[in-house]
Design a protein. Structure first.
Length: 314
């Protein structure tokens, strides 16, 4: 089979290739002499650039004899975590995706494209959800923008939508599953929203988030784990009398107490677990300079599309 000739016809003409044997014994076809700057294919052969790309996500492993994920992650999610569970989100998760250097600052042209075809910004999983809860794409858009267009003037509305579809809705779905299956202290679920803002946050400086008065994805991690990268950025650790240092002490204390006891605030019981989600109430700790317990209520939160849609139809 070595050095066999292969002929392929394309619109621009014929390509002559040679079958070569690889170092591992497999065969491949080599097309030599094609100018790399002038490929014999048109622009339309390539797919449009995706707005978001996540390559490190849980996925099924069909080849391993003992796979880490033998079934779909959503199937596992519905089986409950049979230990105390702590989870949450920041006050503005989506800003890192469209208002930072992490994934690029969204342009005026991109916003106009989203406005003209809102479907293109909806994740496939969310699209399938819309049909299940009988809400149209236009109704979903209206939940966030009302009768306004997606534009630079309504950028924060778009950030809120991205936050909910990428993070908040899924987290609240997990909370519902956990609290429905677990109703004792040994399997308590603790929910938080991280709202502490600091211009000195290393992640914020690195990705250059440009939405004011918001805390973006992963900002809480800088207070839980020492970011050694700050040395390379010429930044210094927080002073011991600073608010940032107090937040470091606050978070590390709660997270280590949770790891030891299953309760993030065992001595004060400040952080109440979620106990009544079926009635539409979710206790959560709003983590800020003065942290306090608050309540999410179904029908009043952005991410609750199922309940909010009814208000559109009244």
């Amino acid at each position: 089979m070595d050095n066999s000739r292969v002929e392929i016809c394309v619109h621009e003409g014929k390509l002559i290739g040679i079958v070569e044997k690889g170092v591992y014994g497999d065969y491949y076809t080599a097309f030599r002499g094609i100018p790399y700057a002038k490929p014999p294919i048109g622009e339309l052969r390539f797919k449009e650039r995706k707005q978001f790309s996540f390559i490190f996500t849980p996925s099924l492993d069909h080849e391993s004899s003992n796979p880490f994920f033998p079934e779909d992650p959503e199937t596992f999610m519905c089986r409950e975590v049979k230990v105390p569970f702590l989870l949450g989100f920041t006050s503005c998760e989506g800003s890192i995706l469209i208002c930072s250097d992490f994934n690029g600052h969204i342009s005026k042209e991109d916003l106009e494209a989203v406005n003209s075809d809102f479907k293109k910004t909806i994740l496939p999983r969310c699209l399938s959800t819309l049909s299940k809860i009988s809400i149209t794409i236009e109704e979903l858009k209206s939940l966030y923008f009302g009768d306004k267009a997606v534009s630079e003037e309504t950028l924060i509305n778009y950030v809120n939508f991205i936050s909910d579809e990428f993070v908040c809705r899924s987290i609240m779905e997990v909370v519902d599953i956990q609290t429905k299956l677990n109703n004792n202290d040994n399997k308590a679920t603790y929910l938080y929203q991280f709202s502490y803002e600091s211009e000195n946050n290393p992640l914020r400086k690195i990705v250059k988030v440009q939405t004011p008065e918001s805390v973006t994805h992963s900002e809480e991690l800088a207070y839980l784990f020492h970011p050694y990268m700050i040395r390379n950025l010429g930044l210094s650790a927080p002073a011991v009398d600073s608010e940032d240092y107090k937040m470091i002490n606050c978070l590390t204390q709660m997270w280590t107490d949770f790891a030891k006891t299953g309760n993030p605030t065992p001595t004060t019981n400040l952080w109440l677990s979620v106990t009544d989600s079926e009635s539409g109430k979710y206790n959560y700790l709003n983590i800020d300079t003065n942290s306090q317990i608050k309540v999410f209520r179904k029908g009043e939160e952005r991410w609750d599309w199922e309940k909010k849609k009814n208000k559109l139809r009244r």
